[in-house]
Design a binder for this molecule. Sequence first.
Ligand SMILES: NC(=O)c1ccc[n+]([C@@H]2O[C@H](COP(=O)([O-])OP(=O)(O)OC[C@H]3O[C@@H](n4cnc5c(N)ncnc54)[C@H](O)[C@@H]3O)[C@@H](O)[C@H]2O)c1
Length: 332
Amino acid sequence: MLRNILITGGAGFIGSNFVQYFFEKYANYYAVVLDKLTYAGSLDNLKKCESLPNYTFAQGDICNASLVSEIFEKYDISDVIHFAAESHVDNSIANPLSFVETNVLGTATLLEVFRKKYPQSTTNRFHHISSDEVYGTLGKVGYFTEETAYAPNSPYSASKAGSDMLVRSYFHTYNLNVVTSNCSNNYGPKQHSEKLIPTIIRYALAEEPIPIYGDGKNIRDWLYVMDHCRAVDLIFHEGRSGETYNIGCRNERSNLQIAYKICELLDARHQRKSWNYSKLITFVPDRPGHDRRYAIDATKLRTELHWKAEESFDTGIAKTVEWYLERISKKN
Ligand SMILES: NC(=O)c1ccc[n+]([C@@H]2O[C@H](COP(=O)([O-])OP(=O)(O)OC[C@H]3O[C@@H](n4cnc5c(N)ncnc54)[C@H](O)[C@@H]3O)[C@@H](O)[C@H]2O)c1
């Protein structure tokens, strides 16, 4: 049976990788991508999907209830996978209200349209994509589990936490068929240039100082974007309604380790006798409220749904650097 899925934020980094993966894999699903095309979204990210017979794009805002309702009716939407968000922590410090609007109000708008269309359905699903940042920060030891109390520290993570709570409430209040996944930091092709890994590559190739916040020892648990997409596929199909699933693969790296690794890969590509890219690494004043360490315990996803990351950090980061180098060489 053909199902028409609304994918929000499909022109962004993770959403566009997901749309290509999912709709190439499943011919019985039709994708309607709804994206506002903010500075973070680009139709270039969806170029390869244009030739897919089961794909269509609509430009618009998830906060616009009448537009979302119109799309539900026009395409007879059966399910929602909700990626759209304002996603950059630094921007949330400068402009928190746009994060509240898109991440909280936008999620509420989608949930309301979905609830009105499928008040009692157990077969129509709303999958909400969220972040491990909702749990706050860890010390040197320990992991975030699905039972860890929420303690968001930035306006970004607070707005994601708010959206997670709304999704939770729609399960408990309306018994809606919802599921939430909380993922660690993603990396891979098509990530916006503002994020850490593209920033390091961009500054290195421009031979400019590579900015690293504070002492560079903030740790994130890095996941290759396609491993995230495979996890979303599993959770969307097999995750239990009303549950949350953490996604991560125990790839803890400090920002400084990431910078050194990328410099090493670039050195291997552009061999020079006199200097290495790592000499460009420069410490800059820390981000306010910068969480020290994130680390995910994904036991539930592994044991219940048998998910396993396919990419190691070494293979994933090599593919990522290669993708940026190819892209830059095509532009020149
Ligand atoms: N990138 C990560 O490391 C990471 C980790 C965990 C969770 N997440 C979550 O995954 C999702 C996708 O993240 P990403 O990194 O791909 O983000 P991104 O910033 O690359 O893409 C976000 C997309 O949403 C669109 N968008 C923004 N506001 C919109 C609105 N009001 N209406 C419609 N579309 C709108 C943008 O145009 C863009 O295409 C987000 O919900 C984010 O919180 C990201």
